[in-house]
Design a protein around this ligand. Structure first.
Ligand code: ATP
Ligand code: MG
Length: 608
């Protein structure tokens, strides 16, 4: 074993949280008080105190956080922790191991659809059943919400057409041998209702730790509860930072945890992240937070002696705002690296004006949300071939592969192939091709032959990718379709190749890279992202533009949730915080009057 976990790196309450294992523990504290640090050190502490590393489960919110934690634990203990993962990855492992007990037709080698793929299939189901396309997204979201609450069943649908869409979608997923993100969790939850399975996991884990507990959904809560043994659990969270209400997370989980687990509660009071004035803004914002949570939170005391800087500015329009950001960034680069500067927005439509100004000035700016690696068009394109070759029941990948690059195979043909009612679309295409004529027949048959050829390389996914790129002349297609940024897109294909090299099968690759965000986050560039993406992160300087009425706070959301969102945003900053708003703004194609929103005014009044 390497060095001991560093007691010197913890304050008294943190140390107490790390060492306390007698009964369930809930660590409640504001932003930047070292909650995540407690989890990391506690994993190391447990390992040193003879808990077998493979019997410790630590759950984090993002893949990046999980990787970071793994690295730290390795640094402290020299041990690789296998079970530091996100909820989704953990649930996927449960479903993979016990899929046959679901008895729903899902086969062990099933694949995972992300939200976009799932919605594609959902839209197809709606279309095939003449369900109003405009209503599709709403229904899709509602089903997702019900799944995350563990409340989905036939009787929740009042409208029989909606029930039909739901049922058809579920069977379409099974037919594709795929699960969507919500089903990963829902199925894990269902499996754990079987005492033999939950006992198996109870036996498997001696200790469970959860970060960002305020944002766990009801179904995640139940999953955790069903595998906790002898109260060996530590949850850390901050009620003031609950920002996933729309996704099914309810801060009430904290109250439920207190009632059902009767934990010891430790509060952390020191903030180690932010300089004095920044922290002062954070504490001012937290005064707006709903009374309900007041008893659960503590005001943060600063530990940094540096004053720090907060700037507030009102601009004519979004262009002058973007220029102001740019100029401040330039000044900051004298003392900070670009990647320590973040611009956090409430909504994506705020981004273009900022991106434009940075592009013109030649300062690297990474849109972190955009760089959701597996959502990139080029990555999806080439992977669709591999996925389809691996699982010919996967309709979504089939449709993408056969039409990208275009082979002159249209919607009508696809519909006719689908209507053959084969669960294997490769077979269906073959059957259909034999009834077709001329060019179409040739195109279809060459596609079939190519996929069959590719199937011979599935135990070498990187090689398979190479074959796809070459055979489909994918690079030429990229050059033609995306003149401006084909270089960048080609770089993602290369990144994918490097990633794939580590795997012997596509399935391992898919499971292991669930929620992977790409490695761009390490790049020396200013980071642009939504506040939701910035959860848990910290930067030397943070810009919060467009604090305007209707935008932030967002009119479409509950005010309480907006306050928490703003609190998360403000508390990402270590030294510099820049707040701004505009007087006019282009929206929906015309220039409109805008006005500072509540948060802008509130902070301004408190400071000037
Ligand atoms: P958030 O609520 O935003 O998730 P958090 O409570 O998880 O924040 P951490 O990210 O763990 O806080 O810690 C915030 C910063 O303070 C980090 O840079 C961390 O390294 C540092 N830190 C935490 N505890 C201490 C300590 N005892 N001494 C010095 N630095 C600390
Ligand atoms: Mg944290």
């Amino acid at each position: 074993m390497k060095t001991a976990y560093k007691t010197a790196e913890l304050n008294y309450s943190q140390l107490q949280s790390v060492r306390f294992t007698e009964k369930p523990l809930l660590v409640l504290a504001g932003a930047g008080s070292g909650k995540t640090r407690v989890i990391t050190h506690k994993v190391s502490y447990l390992i040193e105190n003879n808990y077998p590393p493979h019997k410790i489960l630590a759950i984090t919110f993002t893949k990046r956080a999980a990787n970071e934690m793994k690295e730290r634990v390795f640094k402290y203990t020299g041990v690789e922790s296998r079970w530091i993962s996100t909820f989704h990855s953990f649930c996927l492992k449960i479903v993979r191991s016990f899929v046959k007990f679901l008895n729903n037709g899902l086969k062990p080698d099933f694949i995972v659809y992300d939200e976009d793929e799932a919605f594609k299939l959902f839209k197809k189901v709606c279309k095939d059943n003449y369900f109003d396309q405009d209503q599709a997204l709403n229904l899709f979201k509602r089903i997702s919400y019900l799944k995350q609450h563990g409340e989905i069943n036939d009787s929740v649908f009042q409208d029989y057409r909606e029930l039909k869409i739901y049922k058809t979608y579920e069977s379409a997923l099974i037919q594709c041998n795929a699960v969507d993100f919500d089903n990963i969790q829902l199925f894990a939850y269902k499996l754990l209702a079987n005492p033999e399975i939950s006992n198996y996991f109870k036996y498997m884990f001696d200790y469970i730790l959860i970060d960002e507990f305020q944002d766990t959904s009801p179904i995640q809560y139940s999953i955790v509860k069903s595998i906790t043994k002898n109260g060996n659990i530590t949850a850390v969270g901050d009620p003031q930072q609950s920002i996933y209400g729309f996704r099914g997370a309810v801060v009430d989980n904290i109250l439920k945890f207190i009632n059902e687990f009767n934990p010891k509660i430790i509060k952390l009071e020191e903030n180690y992240r932010s300089c004095k004035v920044v922290l002062h803004v954070a504490n001012t914002v937290s005064e707006l937070i709903d009374e309900k949570w007041k008893s659960l939170v503590v005001k943060l005391k600063n530990t940094k002696t540096d004053e720090g800087t907060v700037k507030i500015a009102l601009h004519e329009d979004e262009h002058s705002e973007a220029l102001w950001i740019l100029n401040n960034v330039k000044a900051l680069t004298e003392s900070f690296s670009l990647s320590q500067i973040a611009i956090l927005v409430r909504a994506r439509y705020i981004k273009p004006a900022i991106k434009e100004v940075f592009a013109r000035a030649g300062i690297l700016l990474d849109d972190v949300d955009d760089y959701d690696f597996f959502k990139r068009t080029e990555v999806r394109d080439v992977l669709s071939y591999l996925k389809f070759a691996y699982n010919p029941s996967d309709y979504v990948s089939f449709e993408r592969a056969i039409t990208t690059p275009p082979r002159r195979i249209g919607e009508k043909t696809l519909k006719q192939i689908a209507e053959l009612n084969e669960t294997d679309y490769l077979k269906a295409t073959k059957v259909y091709a034999n009834t077709a004529k001329g060019n179409k027949r040739d195109a279809l048959l060459s596609f079939v032959r190519f996929i069959e050829y590719l199937q011979g390389f599935l135990n070498d996914p990187a090689q398979a990718l190479n074959i796809v790129v070459k055979t489909t002349s994918y690079v030429d297609y990229l050059k033609e379709k995306f003149k401006d940024d084909c270089e960048d897109r080609f770089a993602s294909i290369k990144e994918l190749f490097v990633l794939l090299k580590r795997y012997k099968s596509l399935k391992d690759f898919i499971d292991d890279t669930l929620l992977y965000n790409g490695n761009r986050s390490e790049r020396q560039a200013v980071k642009l992202m939504t506040v939701h993406t910035a959860k848990g992160l910290e930067f030397d300087a943070v810009f919060l533009p467009s604090l305007e009425r209707g935008i932030f706070p967002d009119v479409r959301c509950e005010f309480d949730e907006e306050v928490r969102c703003f609190y998360v945003a403000v508390t990402r900053a270590k030294k510099y915080l820049f707040l701004s708003a505009c007087k006019t703004r282009e929206r929906f194609g015309s220039r409109q009057g805008s006005a500072p929103g509540k948060f802008f005014d509130y902070i301004k009044n408190a400071y000037i």
